[in-house]
Design a protein around this ligand. Sequence first.
Ligand code: FES
Length: 181
Amino acid sequence: MSDDARNAGNGGTAPMGRRGALKTLAAVGGAVGCGAIAVPTVRFLVAPALGAVGGGNWIKTVAVDSLPEGEPKRVALVADHRDAWTLEKQVELGAAWILRKGAAVVAWSTVCPHLGCAVDKSGSGPGFNCPCHDSSFDADGQRLNGPSPRALDSLATRVEDGFVMVQFQRFRQGTPEKDPI
Ligand code: FES
């Protein structure tokens, strides 16, 4: 007996029920399929915004006792690096100048706010110097001379179990404001 014949005998409900079930199955399958595509796509799109390079990560650095009072120390910022596709274990994401002043610890990014060269300790006294275009900064990271549009970019610190934790961040270059990216 055909579906139509059966349909004629039962008021037309059985084939509609099968069609409805098939439609529901198709809809559920479509939704699952879309989700399977959408989730990694969204993750791919938002990964940079979520700090795929460790932006905003707290990174454990050196023992606070190893820092000589008043003498800045360059410290590599090493952590896992995740992007949309891969996870690299313990890579150097950047570096910081860390300075202990009594019980307080401060840190600055080693990236020059001008065009991103690496800032060194000044060879002629306290403070810092960027060799690329000769920007100089005092011992508190404040700009003294040169084309850098702002002071060195400070990084948040805290001491945890005797070690200095530094919040790794990158900032836009060439702007007077400190603008995290
Ligand atoms: S990059 Fe540092 S002064 Fe230009």
